[in-house]
Ligand binder design. Sequence first.
Ligand code: NAD
Ligand code: WQD
Length: 332
Amino acid sequence: MKILITGGAGYIGSHTAVALLEAGHTVVIADNLSNSKEWTIKKVTQIMSKRITFYNIDVTDEEAVENIFSNHPIEGVIHFAGLKAVGESVEKPLEYYYNNLVSTMVLAKACQKYKVMRFVFSSSAVVYGENQVPFVETMDLLPTTNPYGETKVMSERILFDIAKVNPAFSVSVLRYFNPIGAHESGIIGELPNGIPNNLMPYLTQVAKGKLKKLRIFGSDYPTVDGTGVRDYIHVMDLAEGHVAALENLTTGIHFYNLGTGQGTSVLELVNAFEQASGIKILYEVVERRPGDIALCYADVAKAKKDLGWTAKRDITTMCRDSWRFENNYKDR
Ligand code: NAD
Ligand code: WQD
């Protein structure tokens, strides 16, 4: 199939481009490079020795999006493009609501006009709020405490309503847990701008000596060792989950958790990273970060049953691959 990947120069989109090409699909990428570099697309073509058509456009621009649909026989869309920094979304709510909601509507509209019936959307575990773990797709969504999370809840709702009145539209909403790791080649990986917000890129930059020490946000949570527990998933497992979602789409809208189903604490991740890299990580425990929850992990039964997909790579592999990319990457 010929697939339009929005946000395909970004972290998850670029790895999904590799997985799609590996599975024999053709890829068109649309990205405005607001949080990525064209370099990444060149690296994907290098890994796969295959061509990718790239459009440097903003996907809130209806005309620019329609130009792609009229020039390519697009058969499916995977919509990754979005702003994703939770803290920044509190500072810049309008930017987040505009970018993340208008992009989804513009793409859905183009799909209706050009009769593209396959749509896969990047949602997030953030939509579960403070539900009881493990999070199951049938749970009521709870308030998310930040505009970023609300854009995911609202986008899901918009797609739900569109699917309801368009019986041929097939939508897969994928709720990611915590993606980490990098392609096994060490050639592409996560490239955060500035000081990372997320744990793994922060850890790898401490290991590289770029940052002095890790701050662990709280050690008094009701968890195995007091630090926050998350369901880390290798980005290539996540990428393969998108291929499975696309290839197993059925009409209507379907919601899937993409995680491993396993919780790992901050301290457990630090230990696993030290073992995988052979580098000691300097850290200090500081106050809890506002908005953080104690526990977040997935019930993964539905994706296994409907998509035949489960995550395969373990925490050690995730740490090894994150570190390999950080260690290889020179252009910072
Ligand atoms: P990323 O920032 O690396 O990739 C997003 C890409 O979208 C970037 O290349 C950026 O330049 C592009 N983009 C943003 N707005 C655009 C616009 N209007 N037009 C064109 N391009 C635009 O982020 P990621 O980690 O790869 O995340 C991809 C998607 O998955 C996002 O929607 C994010 O909210 C969601 N998600 C990410 C995580 C995570 O932890 N990384 C977890 C859950 C959900
Ligand atoms: C993981 C754990 C922190 C950094 C965020 C978004 C979520 C989703 C994924 C998009 C927590 C602790 C972190 C640090 C630390 N993104 N930590 N020191 O918060 O689970 O999820 O990214 O949808 O919406 O909220 O991920 O990697 O920031 O934190 O101690 O420097 O590591 O407290 O327990 P989080 P994270």
